[in-house]
Ligand binder design. Sequence first.
Ligand SMILES: Oc1ccccc1-c1ccno1
Length: 250
Amino acid sequence: MRIDVVSIFPDYLAALDLSLIGKAREDGLLDVAVHDLRDFTHDRHRTVDDTPYGGGAGMVMKAQPWSEALDHVVAQGHAAGLPGGRPHLVVPGPGGTPFTQALARQLADEPWLAFACGRYEGIDERVYEYAREDLGLEVSVISLGDYVLNGGEVAVLAMVEAVGRLIPGVIGNAESLVEESHEDGLLEYPIYTKPQQWKGREVPPVLLSGNHAAIAAWRHDQRLARTAARRPDLLHPSHGDADLDVRLAT
Ligand SMILES: Oc1ccccc1-c1ccno1
């Protein structure tokens, strides 16, 4: 997968050089390019914003730098021989489609994503029109949640990690992806490691029993109870009897 990110704070995305995503880049599983929006300005102050038409507080990101940055992203992709030659443009924003594990899985199936990190009050609406109509890009505004950030960079870091880890080979043990929270609609079960007793607290005996069927049943019950306690909205009849003592859940 190829990922392009355009931002006025490219150093914010330095975290994509680290940990699992950094290793995936070294292994050739991910190709990430970060672009500084200011490199596509032509004035001495490298201006990327201006006042909003119609008045109102704050500043709006100008269309021209964005259009030239997107042109550059697409041209570089063509040069790199990316399949289809067009990225799916993802613009993080508080008014977007909620980002979920299901959406992360959809995005992980795509060959090329481009992320536009908005700042200030946002990006001139004509940039979205230009991307769709002139560049022929699919454009999606996606929200991390119902809260407001100062810009899209934090959201992109979260989205790239959530999507990148789903790419085959990025997570060494693919089995660990199976019973994670939200992967099948339930929250994860409680986990323990050595020592067996810690500050007078014991590991649940079933986990020491070696009875794999009993352990699996206990873990499923714990997932149901936790989901019922913390996220009843996620429960579905297919999940089985969630009418458990939610005191099981912590
Ligand atoms: O609040 C924002 C401002 C800029 C870019 C993204 C966001 C946001 C908020 C929630 N998800 O994305």
